[in-house]
Design a protein around this ligand. Sequence first.
Ligand code: HEM
Length: 439
Amino acid sequence: MNTIGPIVRVTSAEVHINDIDSYNTIFKVGTKFAKSQRYYDGPTSTGESVIDLRDFHGAHLRRSALQPYFSKQTVRKLEGLVQSKVDLFLTRLTEKLGSTINLSRGFRCVTADIITTYSYERCFEALDHPTFSPDWMIAFEDLIRSANLIVTLPKLVACIDWLFANVISKDLAMMISPNLAHSRDFEDRCKDAVFDQKKRWMAGERNMVTVFEQLFQDDEKKGRKAATDAQLTGEANLMVAAGMDTTGHTLTLAAYNLIKYPSAEKKLLQELKTVMSEPRSEVSEETAQNLPYLQACIKESLRFSLGVAQPLARDVPISTGATILGHKLPPGTTTMNSHYIYHMNPKVFPDPEKWDPERWLVDDTKEMENYFMPFSRGARICIGLNLAWAELSLVLARVVRRFELSYAEDFKDENMEWGAFFIPVTKGLLTVTMKERSE
Ligand code: HEM
């Protein structure tokens, strides 16, 4: 690892960087390195959402409309909602005891139901699906696998997308590509939900639960115009796309590794028993977030889950160019920083490929924290990180306290090998069997 230097030019206009100080410069608050056009301008369903905004002022304005709904204080107030979905998840798991459970999808179902209920009051009821596999979720998995095609052949993808949206009927689409048809249904569901809320808001209703309220209106003080329909559609899609898989994947890695390392599971269980006397006990978010071993398991799972698997692309400022690691980079050069490279640095995380929560339980974690950026950093840091952390803490604590997990007979380790499709996508799924604990 790292035998070819900290900065490598891979094409005439792109460099890959492995240097934490450069990462911190490129991703700091107030940075002039914008999201790269090539990587954030594809024809995706989130195309008009905040994640694809490259201009600093526009992104700041959009973020300032969404961020208050995801602050630490607001997320604390959401605890009732999160706990109720976790309750339902545990009930569903109990109903499936004795059979093989698809936990990768089960985790995604719980995160999807939380974010859809909170974002636009229309729970997608993914947890009600008998095998945790609603059609739209399988379609979404397939759609994600086309992420690299969107970057390499954007015009072709845009063309196919346009045909499915404007020319091909729903019935025909279902015959040609059921997954594309289901993913369109999924996008329509997100869109309908947010449009319905906008209509009610315009008619004077003010007591709805929505994270989009500030986008329904102009904010003259801040100089922000109400979001267009295309922007609202993009945000509605993004909430589920960003909020479901990332957290679900991190939970999957936590469960996979806790089965793989029984001594870690035993320690976690011992810690959980100190605050949850019975297998069916609940735990508050505040208590869960103060359990050191649980938090170490979550951090270690985030270290592996990376947030975004593909290197994050940021362009050198057009006005000034930049010098990085002594190299003058022309304006517009794309810099690529991979979370994987930092999270797997063997000098900072010895034996980096080993999932080891203990590494986070030493006195001084400063160096590791500096190399740990699953939510990215700075002005474009993940908006949903407080919600993600609450979900991770509550789901993991309550599942592990209540159930003893084993790999299902059909599960193979290689299922957890992954590829980079913007987010990490595993080769297969985590399937398990569970027993309810008696004490
Ligand atoms: C373990 C869970 C999560 C991880 C690791 C994660 C990671 C990330 C990362 C790395 C980015 C930056 C992407 C980029 O620069 O292109 C990001 C952006 C974003 N995330 Fe998350 N995320 C998680 C959960 C969530 C949740 C629950 C939401 C809830 C809605 C959310 C909403 C967003 C949004 C809106 C952005 C775009 C921010 C912007 O571009 O300014 N994320 N996330």
